[in-house]
Design a protein around this ligand. Structure first.
Ligand code: FAS
Ligand code: PHB
Length: 417
C-alpha cells in the first residue's frame, strides 16, 4: 500500500492530522496499535484551548463539542486560606477554554475518519520506519497477524511518548531534553456533580489538588501523591477526605465535595520532555511523540493539536504550490510554542506542588508568586494568556516562517544568489 502521508498513531494528533489533510485533499493512512474501544476510553486530557476547538469545528468534529462541551471563562487558585479567580476574557482579548474530554474528541474524530476519511487501521502495530532520509520512506507494521509495509511520501510520528517513530531519527541527529518531578498525580473519575463551577487549583501544605469535571454530573479530580504510589493504597474515603482537606477553605459542609462512586482511578507520573528537531528527512514528529508536559497547565493535548495544525498547513502549501518552505520551517515554528508551553507547565507545576525536599523558604516563594498573581493584573494576564493558549499564527510568524508572499520573495532571492 502507498499513501502521501503515513500517520503512526490514532490518538488526538494522528486523528486530527488525518482530518485536516483529508479536508486539504491529501490522502493519508492512520496506523493505530490498539483497538477502537481502548483508545476511546483512555482517560486523559479535559481542557481544550480555543485554537483546538476552532480546528475541531473546522474539521467537522465540533457538533457534540458545541452541544456537550462547557465553555469556561476562568479558573480559581486556592492558597494560604485564600481563593482568587483568574478571569480569562478580560485578560486575553476575549478568549476562554472548553471542558470536553479527550476521550470524546477521539470518538468524534474516529467517527469522522471511518465515515469518509482514508484508511484508519486498528490493531496495526508499527515495528519500524525505514528510509526516512530517502524520498520513499516505508512503515513496517503487523496487522491481522501479517507483516505489512506502507510506503509513503512522508511519515508523521503521532505515536506518543512510548512510540517508535522518534527512534527512526538517528541518535546522533536528535537531542532529548527532559525533567522528571518528585511527585505524581492520582486521578479519579467520579459520578459526583462538581461543586465548583470552574476548575480549582489548590496549593496546600498537604500537597496539590485539582478539581475539574467532565459534565454537570461527573467530576474529574486529582491529588498530588508520591512517585510510585499504588492506587490500591487509596480507598474511596481516603481520596475524598484528602481532596476536601486540600481544596476546602473552611471546614463547614458547604466546602465539602459531593461524593459519589469512583469509576476510574489511576496514577500519572509527571515529566517534561522535548525531542529536537521535530523533523528528520521525510519524517515529522507531532504531539507526545515529540514532547511531554506535566498536565498542570492543561497543555498536552493542545500542543499536539497545534503541531498538526501547523503541519497540515505545510502539507497543504506543498500540495498547492510545490513549495516545501512551511514543511522546512515546521520544527522551528512548533518548538517555539512547545518551549513556551514547557515553561508555563513547569512554572504552574513547581508553584502549586509541594516538593518533598522543599524548604520553608521555597514554600514562601510559592506563596509570594501566587499572591503576585492574585494582586497584579499583569501577572494574572501572563497566566491567563498561557492557559488559553497563544494564537498559532502569532508563533508561526514570529518564527520567521515565511507567509505566501514572503516565500516567493525568498525563492526569488535564493534563485538570484
Ligand atoms: P497519544 O499518546 O494520545 O496517542 C498516541 C497513539 O499512538 C496511541 O493511541 C497509541 O496506542 C499509538 N501508538 C503508540 N505506539 C504505536 C505503534 N508502535 N504503532 C501504532 N500505534 C502506536 N494532557 C492534558 O492536557 N491534561 C491531562 O489531564 C492529561 N492527562 C494525561 C494522562 C495520561 C495517563 C497521559 C499518558 C497523558 C495525559 N495528558 C494530559 C497528555 C495527553 O492528553 C497527551 O498530550 C495527548 O494524548 C497527546 O496526544 P497524541 O500526541 O496523539 O499522543
Ligand atoms: C482534566 O480535566 O483532566 C484536567 C484539567 C486541567 C488540567 C489537567 C487536567 O490542568
Amino acid at each position: 500500500m502507498h499513501t502521501t502521508v503515513g500517520i503512526i498513531g490514532g490518538g488526538p494528533s494522528g486523528l486530527l492530522l488525518a482530518r485536516l489533510l483529508h479536508d486539504a485533499g491529501i490522502d493519508s493512512v492512520v496506523l493505530e496499535s490498539r483497538d477502537r474501544a481502548y483508545v476511546e476510553q483512555r482517560q486523559r486530557a479535559g481542557i481544550l484551548e480555543q485554537a483546538t476547538v476552532d480546528a475541531l469545528r473546522a474539521a467537522g468534529a465540533g457538533a457534540r463539542l458545541d452541544a456537550e462541551g462547557m465553555a469556561h471563562d476562568g479558573i480559581e487558585l486556592r492558597f494560604d486560606g485564600r481563593a482568587h479567580r483568574v478571569d480569562f476574557p478580560s485578560l486575553t482579548d476575549g478568549r476562554r477554554v472548553w471542558v470536553y474530554a479527550q476521550t470524546e474528541v477521539v470518538k468524534d474524530l474516529i467517527a469522522l475518519q471511518l465515515a469518509d476519511g482514508g484508511p484508519l487501521l486498528f490493531g496495526a502495530q508499527v515495528r519500524s520506519v525505514e528510509g526516512v532520509d530517502t524520498d520513499r520512506p516505508a512503515i513496517h507494521y503487523t496487522h491481522e497477524g501479517r507483516e505489512q509495509i506502507l510506503t509513503c511520501d512522508y511519515v508523521v510520528g503521532c505515536d506518543g511518548f512510548h512510540g517508535v517513530a522518534r527512534t527512526a531519527v538517528p541518535e546522533r541527529e536528535r537531542t532529548t531534553y527532559e525533567r522528571t518531578y518528585p511527585y505524581s498525580w492520582l486521578g479519579i473519575l467520579a459520578e459526583a456533580p462538581p461543586v465548583y463551577e470552574e476548575l480549582v487549583y489548590a496549593h496546600s501544605e498537604r500537597g496539590f489538588a485539582l478539581a475539574s469535571m467532565r459534565s454537570p454530573a461527573v467530576s474529574r479530580l486529582y491529588l498530588q501523591v508520591p512517585n510510585g504510589t499504588d492506587p490500591a493504597d487509596w480507598p474511596e474515603d481516603r481520596i475524598w477526605d484528602e481532596l476536601d482537606a486540600r481544596l476546602a477553605l473552611g471546614d463547614t459542609p458547604e466546602w465539602r465535595l459531593r461524593r459519589g462512586p469512583i469509576t476510574q482511578k489511576s496514577v500519572l507520573p509527571m515529566r517534561s520532555s522535548v525531542t529536537e528537531p521535530m523533523r528528520y528527512g521525510r519524517l515529522f514528529l507531532a504531539g507526545d511523540a515529540a514532547h511531554i508536559v506535566p498536565p498542570t497547565g492543561a497543555k498536552g493535548l493542545n500542543l499536539a493539536a497545534a503541531d498538526v495544525i501547523v503541519l497540515a498547513r505545510a502539507f497543504a502549501r506543498r500540495a498547492a504550490t510545490g513549495s516545501t518552505e512551511l514543511l522546512d520551517g515546521y520544527s522551528a515554528a512548533c518548538l517555539r510554542r512547545v518551549w513556551r508551553a514547557e515553561h508555563f507547565s513547569y512554572a504552574m507545576t513547581t508553584t502549586l506542588h509541594r516538593d518533598p525536599a522543599q524548604s520553608g523558604f521555597d514554600t514562601r516563594l510559592q506563596l509570594a508568586q501566587l499572591d503576585r498573581i492574585a494582586s497584579s493584573p499583569h501577572a494574572a494576564a501572563e497566566l491567563a494568556q498561557n492557559y488559553v493558549g497563544l494564537p498559532i499564527e502569532e508563533v508561526t510568524e514570529a518564527d520567521g516562517v515565511p507567509e505566501a508572499a514572503e516565500a516567493d520573495e525568498v525563492a526569488v532571492r535564493r534563485a538570484e544568489a
